[in-house]
Design a binder for this molecule. Structure first.
Ligand SMILES: [Zn+2]
Ligand SMILES: [Zn+2]
Length: 180
């Protein structure tokens, strides 16, 4: 599938409002996780003398794998983006570009052939919003390094070097109760 491009001639002087629902396929979305539904996009493109300001937000429901216990879980992702599209003829030399990028944190995308690569930038924004170390919940206990079982679901009681303090205390309590 070709990435979504908007020809600059389709953008009226007052700007273009975008309210889209796009599938993962339409956005060429294959990394980072599995989309559980369409990506909802609310944005606008405002022309300013050859430059186009693209700003808005995207939301999606995505299935991720917990980095600790490897369980799959759904996560709602919301992201906002502000991108300046400048024609590729504006692109400065590398040295000047570094200075310019340090100037402010506005993202600049250089477009060519009078086409704005909107689909690609939406995809990027969603990918950046995905946590790089996903957790099914904050206090996830992960897998037991000895028996490999999910410690959120079962207290296997294996001896581990880095045994969690809470489990040690719980284990002692349990022993005391059994001794009675
Ligand atoms: Zn987990
Ligand atoms: Zn275990």
């Amino acid at each position: 599938m070709n990435p979504i491009l908007i020809p600059t001639k389709d953008i009226p002087p007052a700007g273009l409002d975008i309210h889209w629902r796009k599938t993962g396929k339409e956005l060429d979305f294959y990394e980072g996780g599995r989309l559980l539904g369409p990506v909802e996009i609310d944005a606008s493109v405002i022309p300013r003398g050859g430059i186009y300001l693209f700003r808005g937000r995207a939301a999606a429901e995505i299935e991720l794998e917990c980095s600790l216990c490897l369980k799959k879980f759904p996560l709602s992702i919301r992201t906002e983006f502000v991108i300046n599209y400048e024609p590729v003829s504006f692109e400065p030399e590398v040295a000047a570009k570094e200075v310019e990028l340090g100037k402010d944190d506005l993202d600049i995308t250089y477009y060519r052939d009078d086409l704005l690569p909107i689909g690609e930038d939406i995809r990027e924004a969603v990918l950046l919003a995905i946590p790089s170390v996903p957790r099914c919940f904050d206090a996830c206990l992960g897998l037991c390094p000895v028996c490999g079982r999910n410690r959120n679901e079962i207290q296997c009681g294996c001896e581990t070097d880095d045994e969690d303090e809470r489990w040690r205390v719980l284990g002692e309590l349990k022993n005391k109760m059994e001794d009675k």
